[in-house]
Unconditional design. Structure first.
Length: 208
């Protein structure tokens, strides 16, 4: 049986970074899937300046859940980061939209959407999760290097793009996280996860 990611997580608890002025809470990828009524991979095809903001029209690349036509267009800032934590978008950009509404969808720094130029592996992760892929058993040494988490084994070093944390509430994972937080790494580990086409790893959990 696979134990999935927790319902609450603060990414960066292992590797603190500068806090955003928007004070965004971070929702794990697995939880976003459960919370959203519609999940759609889109590509922006046209931008229109409308009263000082951008309207971004898009085509649907793939629908993962719900109604792919629930969102009519995106509302974005003209500048890279506008007021009220609004963000811009570019023509040709691809995103995974997580929504629970119909009509226009405003983009902002704290939204749950995935920008695939920054996180290309997440389209593959979503495809595998939605197809009930249980993942594969991965073994190696867990390594903290340059503020990132990696798995080292005979096949090389692979970056982990998302991982379980203390709230996982299983003894084995809690022990791993305690060791991570006290810098007692690298250490040997077995995990269930997806090894993605780009070589990164999405850590699902630990085997029973």
């Amino acid at each position: 049986m696979l134990k999935l990611l927790p319902t609450t997580v603060l990414l960066g608890f292992l590797f603190p970074s500068l806090a955003s002025a928007c004070s965004c809470g971070v929702i794990p990828f697995h939880e976003r899937i459960g919370l959203a009524s519609d999940i759609t991979h889109i590509k922006v095809v046209e931008l229109e300046n409308k009263e000082g903001r951008l309207r971004a029209y898009f085509e649907v690349v793939e629908s993962f859940k719900g109604d792919p036509n629930s969102i009519s267009y995106l509302i974005a800032s003209i500048n890279p980061q506008g007021p009220m934590c609004q963000v811009t978008v570019e023509k040709g950009e691809e995103l995974i939209l997580f929504s629970n509404q119909t009509g226009p969808l405003a983009l902002h720094l704290c939204d749950s959407n995935i920008r695939l130029a920054r996180k290309p592996g997440y389209a593959e992760v979503l495809q595998r999760i939605m197809s009930n892929d249980a993942g594969e058993l991965l073994r190696g040494k867990l390594v903290n290097s340059f503020g990132g988490l990696y798995l080292d084994n005979d096949e090389g070093r692979n970056r982990i793009i998302e991982w379980p944390v203390k709230d996982f509430l299983t003894n084995e994972v809690s022990e791993h996280i305690d060791r991570l937080r006290s810098d007692k790494i690298p250490f040997e580990i077995e995990m269930l996860g997806y090894k993605l086409e780009d070589g990164t790893i999405y850590w699902l959990g630990v085997p029973n």
